[in-house]
Design a protein. Structure first.
Length: 225
């Protein structure tokens, strides 16, 4: 428990209209090392810092329920040398920091994206089936599914982040049918949510199954099938 630590909350507004109001809040932990705030239901970036510790940042998904989470701060070995000029004035402070730029070969490991849909640890709800039209579009994510008969668009990703660098998780049969961006593909899709459904926002999903596929030329009218 670290009292008086700096805590910054910032809402992740990726996918929201330009100019949307962003929730940001800066506060300090109390004598018990706790900070409490009312935050919107969305992804929230949390940054925590205190003198003598390495700062920490994490992303959390906030839903309608109350959330309690802990952020671990690790002691950072900072050595300071203070030189006071003979004529007085403002001291010059030099910070001698451990080298972290070259850890040596074989010591960096990138986190592996889970290439599974149903059962992925990042899912926020139960999988469900939709009748829709899969297509490739400009922007992120580029693979999307229009739910036929609605105005809802699902974004196919590998996580809850729209601009995830990883290719969206979907069956190979769907990628073959799309042939890049040459086709619209109608079908029955079993999708699993990475984000909660919100009005005016694209919901991020992965695709577990793609059945009864019908391939049409790209740009084919939105006729229901």
């Amino acid at each position: 428990m670290i009292p008086n630590a700096l805590v910054i909350f910032r809402e992740d507004t990726l996918g929201q209209p330009r100019g949307a109001k962003v929730f940001e809040l800066e506060l300090r932990t109390d004598e018990k090392g706790k900070a409490t705030a009312a935050a919107p239901c969305n992804y929230l970036d949390v940054f925590v810092a205190h003198d003598g510790f390495a700062p920490a940042a994490q992303k959390f998904l906030i839903t309608e329920d109350a959330h309690t989470f802990s952020v671990l701060l690790k002691i950072y070995p900072i050595t300071r040398t203070t030189e006071v000029p003979a004529s007085g004035g403002v001291p010059t402070v030099t910070a001698e920091l451990p080298s972290v730029m070259d850890p040596g070969p074989g010591t960096l490991e990138q986190p592996q994206v889970q290439r599974v849909c149903n059962g992925n640890s990042q899912l926020v709800g139960q999988c469900f089936r939709v009748h829709g039209r899969a297509f490739v579009s400009n922007g992120t994510p580029n693979l999307r599914i229009w739910r036929v008969g609605t105005k809802r668009i699902l974004g196919v990703t590998a996580s809850g982040v729209a601009d995830d660098a990883e290719e969206g998780i979907a069956p190979d049969s769907l990628f073959r049918a799309l042939a890049g961006d040459e086709h619209f593909v109608f079908g029955d899709f079993e999708v699993c949510p990475f984000t909660l459904e919100r009005k005016g926002h694209m919901q991020m999903v992965c695709v577990e199954r793609a059945d009864n596929l019908v391939i049409e030329p790209y740009g084919y009218g939105a006729k229901e099938r």
